[in-house]
Design a binder for this molecule. Structure first.
Ligand code: IPD
Length: 272
């Protein structure tokens, strides 16, 4: 049996594929964007670029790694193989921050991660507009442009700049807004910038102190979550659960307990 690829090899592939994907997204943005469909609600849009970029990424991965599995935001697993033991699965968000992309706001990214046996081992997040690129391998650290990243050393929740996001379902948003309304008096401020992967990358370099969100999908979490964890943030769910759709927190160790406990008190993982 061939040796499984190393995290470094998987990262090199991810970077090569994500760079080309980001070029396509950028070019399609310059040419003009239109919404082609809506998904979960009328505000959950998908553009032609989301679909074209995901197709391009899947095609490239098929050429480079024909037996690997794939999970993408727009087409799910498609007709790609299922990952067996020791197998690789790629997790793709072709454009994270689709609403920003639609409005021409420079906060949207291609996010691509490789998972082996259910554990994310390599990931890249590339801003489609600015070309900023964050990478990480499991146990190998997180980097931006060759510089190793370390999360914020803030110890006072009252001084922390905390990012979050909102889902597309109105009932969920109401719950999320109530949580934020109760949290904001206790932190420096809140940011809602509109791309979960980039929020985690900014937290990885201390340009945000912490991030949390309910309702994220695997493609929102995979690459950015690894970048954040490798930069020293604790990436978890509430009450010892792993990060997932109920809640993801990416919080520096010194802020973890106060932010976690407040979010637990506010039932941040509850609601619809
Ligand atoms: C969304 C963004 C947003 C977050 C939403 C995600 P999409 O991803 O990451 O910041 O708040 O929960 O669904 O739809 O732009 O790929």
């Amino acid at each position: 049996m061939p040796l499984p690829p190393s995290s470094r090899q998987l990262l090199d592939i991810a970077v090569e594929v994500a760079r080309k994907a980001a070029e396509t997204a950028h070019r399609m943005r310059v040419d003009g964007v239109s919404t082609v469909a809506t998904k979960s609600t009328d505000t959950d849009v998908v553009t032609a670029a989301d679909r074209a970029v995901e197709r391009q990424v899947v095609d490239a991965l098929r050429r480079l790694r024909p037996t690997d599995a794939v999970l993408g935001e727009e087409y799910g697993a498609g007709d790609t193989p299922t990952a067996g033991p020791g197998g690789v699965r790629w997790i793709i968000d072709p454009i994270d921050g689709t609403v920003n992309y639609l409005y021409g706001l420079p906060y949207c990214a291609v996010s691509l991660a490789a998972e082996v046996d259910g554990e994310v081992v390599a990931g890249v997040v590339r801003n489609v507009v600015t070309g900023d690129e964050w990478t990480a391998t499991a146990g190998g650290g997180a980097y931006r442009d060759g510089v190793r990243l370390h999360c914020s050393t803030q110890t006072d929740l009252g001084q922390a700049l905390v990012a979050t996001g909102f889902g597309y379902d109105p009932a969920r948003r109401s719950h999320q807004a109530r949580v934020v309304a109760e949290l904001i008096p206790h932190v420096r401020d809140i940011r809602r910038m509109g791309a979960a992967s980039l929020d985690m990358c900014l937290a990885a370099e201390g340009r945000l102190d912490a991030y949390f969100e309910k309702g994220l999908a695997p493609w929102d979490i995979a690459a950015g979550g690894l970048v954040a964890a490798e930069a020293g943030l604790r990436v978890t769910g509430l009450r010892g659960l792993p990060p997932g759709p109920d809640l993801l927190l990416a919080v520096p160790p010194a802020l973890f307990e106060p932010l976690h406990d407040r979010l637990a008190d506010l039932d941040a993982s509850g609601g619809p």
